[in-house]
Structure formats: structure tokens, C-alpha cells
Design a protein around this ligand. Structure first.
Ligand code: HEC
Ligand code: HEC
Ligand code: HEC
Ligand code: HEC
Length: 304
């Protein structure tokens, strides 16, 4: 107990110094802090490629050539370009692979408040809906990406998985040096395997699978975010492999969103003008709907 308090204080102090140095951005506190209260999620993370990346990625046969091509440093774990996606950076050092805060947002400004269930409330099952809403809104304002922010989640995975976090010219250099780029990247396939952690009340000890309706909404949400970014990057990318991958991404997204057009009118506006604002409207219109009839057949075979 004392050890974990000390760890927490240390992490918080570290985060504070980073805040002073960079007042704008929230800093990472590290997965160990999250583990104190989210053991089940931490254990899932330890089984993922994200966790293993810290020990493995720099030893990959292409790592040196890719790092050299970036022009920003030979050592992958110290290279600023690689750090953007491959590591959880604390202070200015790579401390782990992509971890909790890579997906939920740097937590220095929300970790102490996102769990405030209200005076006297001990379990999230006893929290009122209104309190939960205002708690999560406050956390979101402080930089948290929580589970109901489905478009932001999709966009955030995309940012690393289709290289949105770096400019297209740099992406082209890495790809030519052997960096993978997957034009068929798809959110259901990537999120429902090793990465999935859904220990929601009332059954907080069970990692719950999504049902067909949830999978179909997630499938469309991933494609909406994919369409917006891939369309944008195609206007400026000139690397042939990157362009081919992004063209594939646009084609897959159009097919999926097109299939939902009959049930969700906002699909039409998104297809004719793939802006972030139209994508968010489309994703908002999906909520509560069961689109498995329209897109269920397109889900990865494991989830059909
Ligand atoms: C001191 C305990 C504690 C710590 C430390 C902690 N959490 Fe939480 N967290 C909670 C509680 C309590 C809740 C609310 C109940 C729930 O949803 O399980 C919560 C909720 C969450 C949620 C769900 C919100 C939603 O509905 O989407 C996420 C995501 C989350 N925490 C991420 C993190 C991350 C990432 C860290 C580390 C940076 C962290 N937490 C650290 C206690 C903690
Ligand atoms: C924009 C985000 C991003 C940047 C920047 C980035 N990577 Fe990656 N990298 C990824 C993703 C995502 C994967 C995994 C792709 C997949 O498996 O779908 C990956 C995979 C790799 C792999 C293959 C690892 C394996 O286990 O298969 C190597 C090697 C690699 N990256 C090296 C680098 C190096 C070196 C740099 C810095 C010069 C770098 N990457 C920068 C996102 C990025
Ligand atoms: C690859 C991205 C990613 C990483 C890494 C990640 N999460 Fe999540 N997390 C998500 C997504 C996506 C959801 C929403 C899942 C859903 O509702 O289907 C989520 C949901 C949650 C929830 C709410 C559901 C539940 O299990 O109670 C908590 C709490 C949470 N994450 C904590 C963590 C912690 C702690 C870590 C690190 C040990 C972590 N997450 C790492 C993406 C991630
Ligand atoms: C900060 C950047 C980043 C974010 C955000 C991110 N990832 Fe990753 N992801 C990576 C990197 C880097 C790898 C490659 C690790 C390696 O093999 O070295 C990877 C690997 C994976 C893999 C393993 C792929 C394989 O071929 O084995 C899956 C699955 C995955 N990510 C899913 C997701 C999902 C789903 C999300 C969002 C909920 C997400 N990731 C968010 C960077 C990221």
C-alpha cells in the first residue's frame, strides 16, 4: 500500500514538472498508476503487441533502416519520429510501448478526478446517470478519451495505424524503408482481439464481447474516421505505396458506409463530403441503431 502511494506521488510529481515545462499539453503518468485501480485492463494490455513493442520493435530486421530513413535519429527508442507512435513518453524518454494513455489521453490532468463518483458513492453501479455524465465531461475537458467518445477513439487508433500523426512526406520515407502500412486496416478486426477490454458494470469481472449491433456500429465508426483521413491525405501524399494504401482505405470505407445509406441518411452527406463534421454527425446518428442487417455481412469473418 505504502509502496503504491509512493509510486503514485512520484508519478504525479513527475507529471507536474512536465506540465510546468509544457503548459499546453497533458502529460503521461504511466500504466503502473492506472494498474492500481484497473488491474483487469492492465492484464489485458500486457498480452498485446502494444505492450510487447517496447522490448521487440527496435529489434525488428527493418528497424534500423527505417530509423535511418527518418533522419531524426538512429536509435529507435530515442528517435522523436518513432516515439510519436511506438512509445509512451514520460518526461522526454520512451518508457513503454503504446499504453493506456496512448488511447485514453495523457492523464496528468484527469487521473485524480475521472474516478470521483460523488460523496459517499463507492461503486460505479450506484452512481447516478447525471453524475456520470458530468464526471466524464469534466475528464474529457482535461484531455481524457473515454469509452463513449467512439469517433475520437477510432480517429486516435487511425492516427498511429494509418500514420496520421506524422506528415505524409515523412510517412512516405518510412514506408519506402520497409515500414508496414495496411490499407485494409479495419477497426473491428483490430480492436476486438487481443486489445479488447470491456469490464463494464454490472459484470465487472468479465471481459465482455460486443454483440452484432455494437460490432456493426464500431465497424461503421472506424470506416467514417478512415474515410475522412484517407481522403485528406490523398490530396497531399505523393508516395506511391502510401497512396495505394489510402485509396484502398477510401474504397473499403465507401463500400461500408454506402451499405448503411438506406438506414442512416447522414451517410449520404458523409460520402459526398467526407469532412470530420459530417463523419461525427454520421456516427452520432448510428447510436442506438442495429445496422447488422446492412453491414453484418462485411464484418471480419470471426465476428459475422
Ligand atoms: C485511484 C483509482 C484509479 C486510478 C489510479 C485510475 N482510475 Fe480509471 N477509473 C477509476 C474509477 C473508480 C472509475 C469509474 C468506475 C468505472 O468506470 O470503472 C474509472 C474509470 C475509468 C475509465 C472508464 C471511463 C469510461 O466510462 O469510459 C477509464 C477509460 C479509465 N478509468 C482509465 C484510467 C487510466 C488510463 C488510468 C491511468 C492513467 C486510470 N484510469 C487511473 C479509478 C481509477
Ligand atoms: C504514425 C505512427 C508511426 C510512426 C511515426 C512510426 N511507426 Fe512503426 N509502426 C506503427 C504501427 C501502427 C505499426 C504496426 C502496424 C501493424 O502491425 O498493423 C508499426 C510497425 C513497425 C515495425 C514492425 C514491427 C513489428 O513487430 O512487426 C517496425 C520495425 C517499425 N514500425 C519501425 C518504426 C521506426 C524505426 C520508426 C521511426 C523512424 C517508426 N516505426 C515510426 C506506427 C508508426
Ligand atoms: C489500444 C488502445 C487502448 C489501450 C492501450 C488501452 N485502452 Fe482502455 N479502452 C480502449 C477502448 C477502445 C475502450 C472502449 C471499449 C468499448 O467500450 O468497447 C476502452 C475502455 C476502457 C475502460 C472502460 C471499460 C472497462 O474495462 O472497464 C477502462 C477502465 C480502460 N479502458 C482502462 C484502460 C487502462 C487502465 C489501460 C492500460 C492498462 C488501457 N485502458 C489501455 C482503448 C485502449
Ligand atoms: C500511439 C500509437 C498507437 C495507437 C493510438 C494505437 N496503436 Fe495499435 N499499434 C501501434 C504500434 C506502434 C503497433 C506495433 C507494435 C509492434 O509490433 O512493435 C501496434 C499494434 C497493434 C496491433 C497488433 C497488430 C498485429 O499485426 O499484430 C493491434 C491489434 C492494434 N495495434 C490495435 C489498435 C487499436 C484497436 C487501437 C485503438 C483502440 C490502437 N491500436 C491504437 C501503435 C498504436
Amino acid at each position: 500500500m505504502i509502496k503504491s502511494i509512493m509510486q503514485f506521488t512520484f508519478a504525479a510529481a513527475l507529471a507536474l514538472t512536465t506540465i510546468i515545462a509544457q503548459p499546453a499539453a497533458a502529460a503521461n503518468v504511466g500504466a503502473k498508476t492506472c494498474q492500481e485501480c484497473h488491474r483487469a485492463e492492465y492484464d489485458v494490455w500486457k498480452g498485446t503487441a502494444h505492450f510487447k513493442a517496447y522490448r521487440g520493435a527496435h529489434k525488428h530486421k527493418n528497424a534500423k533502416a527505417i530509423a535511418a530513413a527518418s533522419g531524426t535519429g538512429k536509435s529507435m527508442r530515442k528517435n522523436k519520429t518513432c516515439m510519436t507512435c511506438h512509445y509512451t513518453v514520460i518526461g522526454s524518454k520512451a518508457k513503454a510501448g503504446p499504453s493506456c494513455e496512448s488511447c485514453h489521453g495523457g492523464a496528468s490532468k484527469w487521473v485524480k478526478t475521472h474516478n470521483d463518483l460523488g460523496a459517499g458513492v463507492k461503486s460505479s453501479a450506484d452512481e447516478s446517470a447525471a453524475h456520470k455524465k458530468s464526471r466524464l465531461a469534466a475528464a474529457q475537458k482535461a484531455g481524457m478519451i473515454h469509452s463513449s467518445m467512439v469517433y475520437d477513439i477510432a480517429e486516435n487508433c487511425n492516427a498511429c495505424h494509418t500514420m496520421q500523426k506524422i506528415d505524409p512526406a515523412m510517412a512516405g520515407k518510412l514506408i519506402d524503408a520497409g515500414h508496414p502500412i495496411n490499407g485494409s486496416y479495419e477497426l473491428v478486426k483490430y480492436s476486438q482481439g487481443q486489445v479488447r477490454h470491456r469490464f463494464y458494470p454490472p459484470n465487472i469481472t468479465k471481459n465482455q464481447k460486443m454483440n452484432k449491433a455494437e460490432l456493426s456500429r464500431m465497424f461503421l465508426t472506424g470506416h467514417a474516421a478512415g474515410l475522412v483521413y484517407a481522403t485528406k491525405v490523398l490530396k497531399s501524399a505523393d508516395n506511391a505505396k502510401y497512396k495505394a494504401a489510402m485509396e484502398q482505405r477510401v474504397a473499403d470505407a465507401k463500400k461500408a458506409i454506402g451499405a448503411a445509406k438506406g438506414s442512416v441518411p447522414a451517410a449520404g452527406a458523409l460520402l459526398s463530403s467526407p469532412t470530420e463534421s459530417n463523419a461525427r454527425k454520421f456516427v452520432a446518428a448510428l447510436q442506438g441503431k442495429d445496422l447488422s442487417g446492412a453491414v453484418g455481412g462485411m464484418l471480419p469473418s470471426k465476428y459475422k
